[in-house]
Design a protein around this ligand. Sequence first.
Ligand code: F6R
Length: 366
Amino acid sequence: EKGGYDHFMLKEIYEQPRAIKDTYRGRLLAEQGLVKMSGIEQNMEKFLNANRIIIVACGTSWHAGLVAEYIFEDLARIPVEVEYASEFRYRNPVITDKDILIAISQSGETADTLAAIKLAKERGAFVFGVCNVVGSSIARETDAGAYTHAGPEIGVASTKAFTTQITVLTLMALRLAKAKGVFSETKYREHLTELATIPSKVEIALQSNPLIEIIADVYKDSTNCLYLGRGYNFPVALEGALKLKEISYIHAEGYPAAEMKHGPIALIDEHMPVFVIATKKGHYEKVVSNIQEIKSRKGKIIAIVTEGDEQVRDLADHVIEVPETLESLTPLLTTIPLQLISYHIAVMRGCNVDQPRNLAKSVTVE
Ligand code: F6R
């Protein structure tokens, strides 16, 4: 049932090219320049008249929501707020019938996310669900939605759910950008065509697995790690740190790279591995100077870079390449090596990768 893989998590990491393709199949018609999503078409007026979108989720799904904040604001020019469902529901939020709530949940059963939906509905918001499990409580409770087609995710650590959530949210943002007319036809077409290449680029990113295993062996005994990224890749840094924490029990923190100098830089010494997402687009030069700051304090740098990068290669202790893509799509690629590094470190530490201690696949209690 693990299809020849040692763990479900590894199988699910490798399923991502297919899962992403299954998620955009029938929705992304790149050649015709179309994005078709019935949940959006049927509610287009609501989306076009919305004052803002509020995204609620927990854990990894919340990280997908943070990526979506960049995507929706950048591509579709719709204001977005992203909230932990557990905080949102208990802080008497200001919600009106001009708000759209998007709830993201792999299982569709997360208690806090479900409660946040109920609250938003009571206050008149239109609620849209992005779930993986068909017929789940959240899928039933929402007014409309779009499923991710990741297939069953068995490993407790979420992997393919994350990349397929980002895929759905990207499609939504592109559809809305088109409807709002905020995107030139050329840019729109470029995004559609590029999204269609992502599965094969994920495939290429997965080919770094042997190198990642070697890097994992170097850092497996670390007690702390930092993950840094900027822009679209700041949430990827958070997700990388969460993956490491939950399956290897190593303390890790994700930060926006520019926040380093406001505190975390004090942690850096020769024992601190720092994973930096430094792809070519997206504040590249700024990230390079962040890397220099870490290097001058003797931190160990493992950088996720764009294929062919030379500048970071000269500075970093290790580089892992991912193919080049549009900035808004980089999270779908930069996430892959971070999933693999956590996986290998956890295996090397003898951890139960698929069922980490203290964790359940879906959190149905608040
Ligand atoms: C992390 C993880 C959790 C879930 C969170 C939300 O790998 O699995 O953080 O992402 O519990 O779960 P869903 O998406 O089912 O609502």
